[in-house]
Design a protein around this ligand. Structure first.
Ligand code: UDX
Length: 448
């Protein structure tokens, strides 16, 4: 099957590489000449475990190629995926569809024979209709169908997610696309991954509903964490206690500094806008967005209070800048708001991240960068674990303490246990674990 992927960004590159690994003949198209040249040399513009090898192997086997020439890649393709960006539109939070619309018009001009056009970009409900209209207007003679096939990849685990999906959602209005999409996903289909066919609008809504629900789940446990801190409880035990109920499920119940990344913040905002447009307001998602925004800034205040209420002139070490581990992505990372709050309060910030420091330099001002975790702790009055990279999970806490001016660890991902941190001579602040204090503090904080 000949597949063309428009957009060699995160989704396009991962999906293109995985489809070629399934044995399809894949061409990835991008407007960015430099990016394409680098990809041809085997250089991957993003950090994603396993991607470099996957691209190299499939390019070597002749199944994966890169080009800026959209027309030649589209003519003769059986399936054309649109995987361009849909950022938040400045000002109103709607998804900006200009790249999708432009791709549709460019594809239309080059169509040759029956072609299935698939939107993989996250697009608001009704975008498939727009794409169909644009193509039909540009090329009234074209023989094509438009399908919605949202992706559910998590950064840092994208290849694993692609190859072992919980489900594949395919929204279509014309049944001619069905056997084509079954063929595209044949290896997964044979492997019993659920391939779910729906109407196109339903598929578009499923993507937003999934991200909205997950963002809400995280926000719920974050608010429960605040309650645990004040009322005396352990949010991790609460999460386990509710998560074991199959109707709730145990995943996405890790309390932390708030969700960030390239998807949840923009997709929740776009979902809110869609709800308003259709006069079907999604109040739970509206609240989720507001609570999460507030939380990121509140985490800065939590650090300041762990430092005794004043950080002026103090050095704060930051461990982890990316919005989550195993990525170099800084988009909407909680670290940005936290560092901003600390700098506004007069702190000197000294940060380390295994992969994110280059990207961080473009979004953060006035931050000193350390060469490793211990260097970030060096001379610090407080060390804040913001992103739970594996290398931060097993720090030599005694060495950390020796490096610091004042030994305070603020663990915003609940990676450590209080007793081990305190045993190393550091004082410890985590998220939603007052019960943890109660268990170990003989003077007693309210026990349940
Ligand atoms: C997400 C969805 O998981 C994926 O299906 C979709 O296609 C794109 O958006 P991603 O943004 O890569 O993927 O990261 P994810 O692992 O979902 O984490 C998102 C944010 O939520 C991160 O900031 C993470 O730290 C936070 N999070 C996640 C929590 O705070 N607690 C949790 O329990 C889970």
């Amino acid at each position: 099957m000949r597949i063309t992927m428009i957009g060699a960004g995160y989704v396009g590159l991962v999906s293109g590489a995985c489809f070629s690994d399934f044995g399809h003949d894949v061409t990835c198209v991008d407007l960015d000449q430099k990016k394409i040249e680098r990809l041809e040399r085997g250089q991957i513009p993003i950090y994603e475990p396993g991607l470099e090898t996957l691209v190299a192997e499939n390019a070597k086997a002749g199944r994966l190629s890169f080009t800026t020439d959209l027309a030649s890649a589209v003519s003769g393709a059986d399936v054309v995926f649109i995987a361009v960006g849909t950022p938040s539109r400045r000002g109103d939070g709607h998804a900006d569809l200009s790249f999708v619309h432009a791709a549709a018009a460019d594809i239309a001009k080059a169509l040759d024979g029956f072609t299935v056009i698939v939107t993989k970009s996250t697009v608001p409900v009704g975008t498939g209709d727009d794409v169909e209209r644009i193509i039909a207007q540009t090329r009234p003679d074209a023989d094509f169908v438009v399908v919605s096939n949202p992706e559910f990849l998590r950064e840092g685990a994208a290849i694993e997610d692609f190859k072992r999906p919980d489900r594949i959602v395919v929204g279509l209005e014309d049944q001619r696309a069905r056997p084509v999409m079954e063929e595209v996903y044949r290896p997964l289909y044979l492997n019993q991954s659920p391939l779910m066919f729906t109407g196109r609008r339903t598929a578009e809504l499923i993507k937003y509903a999934a991200n909205g629900f997950l963002a809400m789940k995280i926000t719920f446990i974050n608010e429960m964490a605040d309650l645990c801190e004040k009322a005396g409880g352990d949010v991790q035990a609460v999460a386990r206690g509710i998560g074991l109920d199959n109707r709730i499920g145990s995943k996405f119940l890790n309390a932390g500094p708030g969700y960030g990344g390239s998807c949840f913040p923009k997709d929740t905002l776009a979902l809110v806008k869609t709800g308003q447009d259709f006069d079907a307001p999604l109040r739970l998602i509206e609240t989720t967005v507001a609570v999460n925004d507030h939380r990121k800034r509140a985490m800065g205040r939590k650090v300041i209070s762990a430092c005794g209420g004043d950080v002026r002139g103090k050095t704060i070490g930051i461990l982890g800048l990316t919005f989550k581990p195993n990525t170099d992505d800084m988009r909407d990372a909680p670290s940005i708001a936290i560092i901003q709050a600390l700098r506004d309060a007069g702190a000197i910030v000294r940060a380390y991240d295994p992969e994110g420091m280059e990207a961080a330099k473009t979004v953060l001002e006035g931050v000193q960068y350390a060469k490793d975790a211990y260097d970030a702790a060096n001379g610090a009055d407080c060390l804040v674990l913001v992103t739970e990279w594996n290398q931060f999970r097993s720090l030599d806490l005694k060495r950390v303490k020796q490096a610091m001016t004042a030994p305070v660890l603020v663990d915003l991902r609940n990676v450590y246990r209080r007793h081990e941190v305190e045993a190393a001579g550091l004082s410890y602040v985590s998220v939603g674990r007052a019960q943890d204090v109660a268990e170990l503090d003989t003077h007693g904080v309210a026990a349940q």
